[in-house]
Each structure stands twice: as C-alpha cells, then as structure tokens.
Design a protein around this ligand. Sequence first.
Ligand SMILES: [Zn+2]
Ligand SMILES: [Zn+2]
Length: 166
Amino acid sequence: MSALLCPDCRIEMEAQRHYGVTVDVCPACAGVWFDESELRLLMEIDPLILLSIDDRALPDVQYAPEETVSRRCPRCALLLHPYRYLYDSPVELDSCDQCHGIWVDNGELHKMHEALLAQQSPSELEKHRQAVAQYEIEHQERVERAGLLASLFSLLRKRVPPFSGF
Ligand SMILES: [Zn+2]
Ligand SMILES: [Zn+2]
C-alpha cells in the first residue's frame, strides 16, 4: 500500500500504529488522517490516545499553511467537508462523505480531548463496552487479524471500577 498524501501539504504521510490501528500523520503540518471508525475505536481503547498522538506529531517549523488550499480526501480525492466534532463542540474537523475518513489539524487533537472530557458521564463505560461489542460484530475479521480484541477487552477490564472486594 502506498503512502497517503497530506490533504494540505500534498506530501506523503507517515503511518503510526496505536493499539494495532494505523493512522497517517503528516511530517510537515502534523495533521492526522483517521480512516472510518479508527478514531472512535482508538478513543474507546484509550481515552488519552488523542494526547499521545498529538505529542508524537510535531509540526515542522518551516511549515506555513496555505489558506486557499482545497482539502481533498487522501483516499477518494473528493473534497472534504467541515463538520463539528461531537456535533456541538467548538472543534471543526474535515471529513469525506464517501469513505468517512476524518482529517484533524495539528492542535485539534487536544481540543477534541477537552471536548470529550466535558461530555463524560458515569454511564460512559457501559457505552464503551457496547461500542466495542458492536465493533467486534462489524469488523470481526479485521479485529481478529490484528489481535485487537484481546487487548481491547483487557484494557476495558482494567477500567472497570471494582463493585465488590478490595
Ligand atoms: Zn501536511
Ligand atoms: Zn474519502
């Protein structure tokens, strides 16, 4: 598989693996491309994933963004459309209508994390568990191949609060 091109810089992005999921990071502008459901899955595995990806993706000091650039999907080449993360957060991302990939500008990952924290509730863990079960149904082959399921459940187990004992 050849490397994807950054929607802003048009240079080859670098693959980064997190928990068996590969995301593409631009070495110049430090933007990050997530394929469909990768972002959701990674955040279910590790609520701090946005921060750790952001910390590893540092923009080139030489980088000067071009205001007029029309962002296109690195997979489909269609124009990306802006949308609000979590529907009403202050974070604006770009997504592809066809493949549902998401483009995240440098620095937006931290803002996304803050938006996410603001929404957390006691029922969050149960929702995570259901989403992981749903992911297993939708992507069974891929999950098994990546050995993701075992790590998903062991990570979730660690996050379950003790109801008795201790
Ligand atoms: Zn770039
Ligand atoms: Zn696309």
